[in-house]
Design a protein around this ligand. Structure first.
Ligand code: NBG
Length: 816
C-alpha cells in the first residue's frame, strides 16, 4: 500500500524538494549560488580555487541527492551489506571522477566556461586525498562498497628533494582549504575507551566490566562516492577523534588548566597523522590506539544490536575488530562465548596484502595490557580455546602449539595479529593467485593444515577502468568507444569487451591513431615536467617508467644500476654507434618511509645519477633520467598513459600482487617484470610474446639466498657488468662514493633481494625491449594486444567474485 508521509504537509515538502541539476543553466545557477552563499564571494574576487570549490560543492549537492535515494532504498530493502575496513583510503582527486561518473563533465565545462573559468585549471586546484601509502590504500579506494577509515588531519607526507638528493618530508595539510567533499555527521558520535581496568564478573558467564581510563569521542564524516553511470552512491565514513569534553573536568577542578588542555590534545592526536610506513611492523602505542579507535567506532554502528549483518574485513590493522566484536557480544549483549565466536568468525573476511614476514603486525603484550586490558583477556581466551582444538587434532605436538599460538614467546611476549585475523575470519584470501599460494605454504602453513585448504583462496585484485582509462586517458577512451561503436557507458562496465578490438591490431589506420594518442600522452607528460620542474624531455624516446613505494623488495635499485650500465655502455661507443641506439627516458617516482634509510639512499643515488646523465652532451640524446618528486595518484594519472614500458621487477615471491602493472597495461604500456605477483596472471592474459619476463623464479629464490649466505660468490663472478657498475659508483662517478657504500654492501654481502643474481638476466630483458621497440609497427601491435586483454583486471570482476563467492551479496537497484 501507499506509505504514509512521515511529517508535515506532503505537498509543501514535495513542491520544495530539489532535483538534480543536469543542464547548463541549472548547473550555473547552482555554482553561482555557492559562490554567493557558501563562499561569500562574488565575480569580482573569485579565483580558480574559489571557482573549484563552488563547482565541487554544486557537484556534491547532486551526490547528496543520489545518496539520499540510495539510503532510502537500502533502508526499505534491508539487504545484507559489506563494509570494507581499511586504515588507508588513497582516494586522489574527486571532482573529475565525480563529473565523469555522473556523466556531467561536458555540461560543467560549458557552464564554467560561461562563468569565465577553464575546467582543466579548476581540476588542478584540488588537493589529492592521500590517506594511504600505496597499493593497499588505492585498492580500498577502488572497491564499490561502503568504506570505514580514519580522517587523518595529515595524509601521506609531501616529499621534497634537497639539493644533495636527500628525501625531505613535509606535512600534507590537505584539509587546509576546507574539504568540499565531506559532510560532518554531528549526530553520529561514539565514545571510545582506552586504558582503565577489566574485571571479570566470575558469575558463571564469560562477562567482564571494563571501566576507568580515558574516553575519547569518535566523530563521523561522510564522503560520498558516486557509482559509475548510476544513481547508486556509496559512502566512505571517516572517523575523527575528539576530546570527550572540551577539556578534562577533573584536572580543571583541581586547578590544573594546562593538563586539562593537554588531555584534550592527546585525544585529537589519535587521528592526526597517517603512518607513512607500509610493509613494516610498528611498535607505536599511537598506532594501536588508531586501530582500536577505528574498529570500536565502526562496531558501534549498529544501533541497537543484535548484530546480524556485520563488516567484511580487511588486513590485520582491522584485526582489533575481532576481540572488539567479541567484547560487545559477550560483555554488553550477554551472548554465550561459543555463539559469540560463531557470529564473529562468520562476520569477518581477511584479505592479506603482503607476503613479507617482517610486515606482519605484532603487538607487545604489556602494551595491550595497558591500553586495552579487556581485549587482552579476550585474546587470551580465544587463544586458549584455539590451542585446545589444535592439541586435540595434533596431540602432543608441542612445537606446533608454540608455532601457532597467538602469543609469541619472548621478552616481551607479542600478539601475532595475522594469526588472530586468520582464525577469527570465515575466509582468508590473497590479492592474486601466486601470493596466496606463497602465504599458504609459508606464514599460514600450519593454519592450512589445521583448518583445511578450503578456507584459503584468492580474489585477484582489479583496478577501475573509470579512473585508470576513461579519466586519465580520455583520448584512448574515445578511440575505444568509436571503434567498438558503443558508448563508453557500456564497455567501461564490461571490460572484457575490449577483446573485440584485437583484430584491429592488424589495421594500419587504427594503429596510427593508437600510436598518435600515445605520443600526445607523452607530450602531456613532457609539458607537466616542463611546467613543474623546468626540465626538457625528449618525447621521441621510449618512455620507461617505474612508480611505486620505494622498497628494497621492489628493486628500484636494480633499475638504477641498469641505467648506469646503459650509460657506461653508451660511453664506450663511438658517436656513430650511438646513433643506432634506441633513445630512452627513464622515470622514477617513489616515496620512501621516513625512517627507511637504505630506501632514501637509493633515491639519493637516482637523483645524482640523473644530474650527471642529463648533463652529458655525449649521451643525453640517448638516455635521460628523471626522478619526479612527491609521487601521488594525480601524478600517476599523467605518467601511466605516457609509458611505453613499465617495470615491475620485485624479487620473485615478494610482491603480493601489484596493481599499477594492470594500470599501465590497460593504457597500452608494455610490461617488463619478474615472474611475481599479478605479473604472472597478466602474462597469461596478454600472451608470452607481449611481455618481457626475467629473473629467478620463486621456488629457486630460497636456495639462491641460502647460497648467498653460506657459499657466497663475489659480484665479479656473478655479473662482471654489475661489478663494473658498483665500482664506478663507489669511485665517485655520481658524487662522493662513500655515501653509497652501505647500499652497495647490501648487494656485495648477503644480497637478500638477488640484485647480482638477477642482473644479467635483467640487462638481457632490457635489450629484448630495445630490439622489440625498433620495429615500431610490431610494438604498437603488442601495445594494442596488451590493453585489449585486460578485461580480467577490472575491479568490477574482483568485486563480483567477492560478492558472489564470499559475501553472498546482491546488487540493489536504485530507482530513478
Ligand atoms: C600492497 C601490496 C601490493 C598489492 C596491494 C593491494 C600494501 C601493504 N600491500 O602488491 O604490496 O597489490 O597491497 O593488494 O600496501
Amino acid at each position: 500500500g501507499k506509505e504514509k508521509w512521515p511529517r508535515g504537509d506532503e505537498k509543501t515538502w514535495k513542491e520544495n524538494m530539489r532535483a538534480l541539476e543536469t543542464d547548463v543553466p541549472g548547473i550555473s545557477r547552482n555554482i553561482v549560488n555557492h559562490v554567493q552563499t557558501s563562499l561569500a564571494r562574488q565575480a569580482y574576487n573569485l579565483d580558480d580555487l574559489g571557482a573549484y570549490q563552488a563547482a565541487a560543492l554544486s557537484v556534491r549537492d547532486n551526490l547528496i541527492l543520489n545518496w539520499n535515494d540510495t539510503q532510502l532504498q537500502y533502508t526499505r530493502k534491508e539487504p545484507k551489506r559489506a563494509y570494507y575496513l581499511s586504515l588507508e583510503f588513497l582516494m586522489g582527486r574527486a571532482l573529475d571522477n565525480a563529473l565523469l561518473n555522473l556523466d556531467l563533465k561536458k555540461q560543467y565545462s560549458e557552464s564554467t566556461d560561461k562563468l569565465g573559468f577553464n575546467m582543466e585549471d579548476l581540476l588542478e586546484q584540488e588537493r589529492d586525498a592521500a590517506l594511504g601509502n600505496g597499493g593497499l590504500g588505492r585498492l580500498a579506494a577502488e572497491l564499490p562498497v561502503w568504506g570505514y577509515g580514519l580522517r587523518y588531519k595529515y595524509g601521506i607526507f609531501q616529499q621534497l628533494i634537497s639539493p644533495e638528493g636527500q628525501q625531505l618530508e613535509a606535512p600534507d595539510p590537505w584539509l587546509e582549504n576546507q574539504n568540499p567533499w565531506e559532510l560532518p555527521r554531528l549526530d553520529v558520535q561514539y565514545d571510545v575507551r582506552f586504558y582503565g581496568s577489566a574485571d571479570r564478573l566470575n558469575d558463571g558467564t564469560p562477562r567482564a566490566v571494563w571501566s576507568g581510563g580515558q574516553e575519547v569521542v569518535a566523530q563521523a564524516y561522510d564522503v560520498m562516492i558516486p557509482g559509475c553511470f548510476t544513481k547508486s552512491t556509496n559512502n566512505l565514513r571517516l572517523w575523527e577523534s575528539k576530546p570527550k569534553r572540551g577539556f578534562d573536568l577533573n584536572s580543571f577542578n583541581a586547578g590544573d588548566y594546562e593538563r586539562a588542555v593537554e588531555s584534550s590534545n592527546s585525544a585529537s592526536a589519535i587521528t592526526s597523522v597517517l603512518y607513512p610506513n607500509d610493509h613494516t611492523t610498528f611498535g607505536k602505542e599511537l598506532r594501536l590506539k588508531q586501530q582500536y579507535f577505528w574498529t570500536a567506532a565502526q562496531s558501534r554502528r549498529h544501533d541497537p544490536p543484535p548484530i546480524t549483518q556485520f563488516p567484511e574485513s580487511q588486513r590485520h590493522p582491522s584485526t582489533m575488530a575481532i576481540p572488539e566484536l567479541m567484547r560487545i557480544l559477550v560483555d554488553e549483549e550477554d551472548v554465550p562465548w561459543d555463539t559469540a565466536w560463531q557470529i564473529t568468525t562468520n562476520t569477518f573476511f581477511y584479505t592479506n596484502h603482503t607476503v613479507l614476514p617482517e610486515a606482519l603486525e605484532k603487538w607487545p603484550v604489556p602494551l595491550m595490557q595497558h591500553l586495552l586490558p579487556r581485549h587482552l583477556q579476550i585474546i587470551y581466551d580465544i587463544n586458549m580455546y584455539f590451542l585446545q582444538a589444535v592439541e586435540k587434532k595434533f596431540p602432543g605436538d608441542r612445537e606446533r602449539l608454540a608455532r601457532m599460538s597467538l602469543i609469541e614467546e619472548g621478552f616481551p611476549q607479542q600478539i601475532r595479529m595475522a594469526f588472530l585475523a586468520c582464525i577469527g575470519s570465515r575466509k582468508v584470501n590473497g590479492g592474486c593467485r601466486t601470493s596466496q599460494r606463497a602465504v599458504k605454504t609459508t606464514i599460514l602453513k600450519d593454519f592450512v593444515e589445521f583448518e583445511g585448504a578450503g578456507k584459503f583462496s584468492n580474489v585477484t585484485n582489479g583496478i577501475t577502468p573509470r579512473r585508470w582509462l576513461d579519466q586519465c586517458n580520455p583520448e584512448l577512451s574515445a578511440l575505444i568507444s568509436k571503434s567498438l561503436n558503443v558508448p563508453k557507458q557500456v564497455w567501461l562496465k564490461d571490460l572484457f569487451m575490449l577483446k573485440k578490438l584485437l583484430p584491429l591490431a592488424e589495421d594500419a589506420a587504427f594503429r596510427k591513431e593508437w600510436a598518435e594518442i600515445k605520443q600526445r600522452n607523452k607530450e602531456r607528460l613532457a609539458h607537466h615536467v616542463r611546467t613543474t620542474l623546468g626540465l626538457e624531455i625528449n618525447t621521441n624516446a621510449m618512455f620507461d617508467v617505474q612508480i611505486k613505494r620505494l622498497h628494497e623488495y621492489k628493486r628500484q635499485s636494480l633499475n638504477i644500476l641498469g641505467v648506469i650500465h646503459r650509460y657506461l655502455t653508451l660511453k664506450d661507443m663511438s658517436a656513430e654507434e650511438r646513433k643506432k641506439v634506441n633513445p630512452r627516458v627513464v622515470f622514477f617516482a617513489a616515496k620512501a618511509a621516513p625512517g627507511y634509510w637504505i630506501a632514501k639512499l637509493i633515491i639519493r643515488l637516482i637523483v645524482n645519477v640523473a644530474r650527471i646523465l642529463n648533463a652529458d652532451p655525449e649521451t643525453k640524446d640517448y638516455l635521460q633520467l628523471y626522478f619526479l618528486p612527491d609521487y601521488s595518484v594525480s601524478l600517476a594519472e599523467v605518467l601511466i598513459p605516457a609509458s611505453d614500458i613499465s617495470q615491475h621487477i620485485s624479487t620473485a615471491g615478494t610482491e603480493a600482487s601489484g596493481t599499477s602493472n594492470m594500470k599501465f597495461c590497460l593504457n597500452g604500456g608494455l610490461l617488463l617484470g619478474t615472474v611475481d605477483g599479478a605479473n604472472i596472471e597478466i602474462g597469461e592474459e596478454v600472451g608470452e610474446s607481449n611481455v618481457f619476463f626475467f629473473g629467478y623464479l620463486t621456488p629457486e629464490v630460497e636456495q639462491v639466498r641460502y647460497n648467498n649466505i653460506y657459499h657466497p660468490r663475489p659480484v665479479e663472478e656473478k655479473s662482471p657488468a654489475l661489478a663494473r657498475v658498483l665500482s664506478v659508483v663507489s669511485q665517485g662517478m655520481f658524487g662522493d662514493g662513500g655515501i653509497y657504500e652501505p647500499f652497495l654492501n647490501t648487494i656485495r654481502q648477503g644480497d637478500y633481494y638477488l640484485i647480482a643474481d638477477d642482473f644479467d638476466s635483467y640487462i638481457n630483458a632490457l635489450k629484448m625491449v630495445d630490439d622489440a621497440y625498433l620495429d615500431k609497427e610490431e610494438w604498437i601491435k603488442k601495445s594494442i594486444r596488451t590493453a585489449c586483454t585486460m578485461g580480467k583486471f577490472s575491479s568490477d570482476r574482483a568485486i563480483m567474485e567477492y560478492a558472489e563467492s564470499y559475501w553472498n551479496l546482491e546488487p540493489v537497484k536504485i530507482p530513478a
